[in-house]
Design a protein around this ligand. Structure first.
Ligand code: CMP
Length: 138
């Protein structure tokens, strides 16, 4: 089934200068970019995005981190894109992520883990609307 998902490259990925290499992986795979933007998240925007983690021990550090510089957000489209992109990212903890995955190749810390992608269909719909507005939701 053709789906859409929301991905964003976090400030550490932008700082490391690996935005192009990450996007190339999705293009090589055959996924289409339907929208792309670089911006700095406000604390409110980040807290809304990560609402499910509010109150967890890593929450404040996570919000400080994702708001410290620009992120690059994209909508990707293609067959089974939601689960496949999650596999391409690797596990949340980059030390456990398989070599060949984005986190496996480019990160060593759980908070500064380079990239986010929607976890399932409901999250993808919500996150696409949050990042790109209601008109972007198919
Ligand atoms: P992400 O996939 O964007 O979703 C939640 C983020 O919280 C995660 O990637 C990490 O950047 C960050 N994080 C930091 N510590 C943890 C943790 N112990 N468990 C899950 N996520 C964490």
């Amino acid at each position: 089934m053709v789906e859409q998902t929301l991905v964003f490259i976090k400030p550490d990925g932008v700082e490391k200068g690996i935005v192009g290499r990450i996007i190339t992986r999705f293009e090589n795979k055959g996924y289409k970019m339907k929208a792309l933007k670089m911006f700095c998240m406000s604390r409110q925007f980040a807290e809304e995005h990560y609402a499910e983690h509010a109150g967890k021990p890593f929450f404040n550090a996570l919000i400080d981190f994702v708001t410290r510089g620009p992120v690059v957000a994209l909508i990707l489209e293609g067959e089974a894109v939601i689960l496949t992109v999650r596999k391409m990212l690797g596990t949340t903890n980059p030390l456990e992520a398989a070599p060949g995955t984005i986190r496996g190749d480019f990160a060593i810390q759980t908070t500064e883990n380079i990239i986010h992608a929607s976890s399932d269909e409901e999250a993808a719909r919500r996150e696409i609307e949050h990042f790109f507005g209601r008109e972007a939701v198919r």
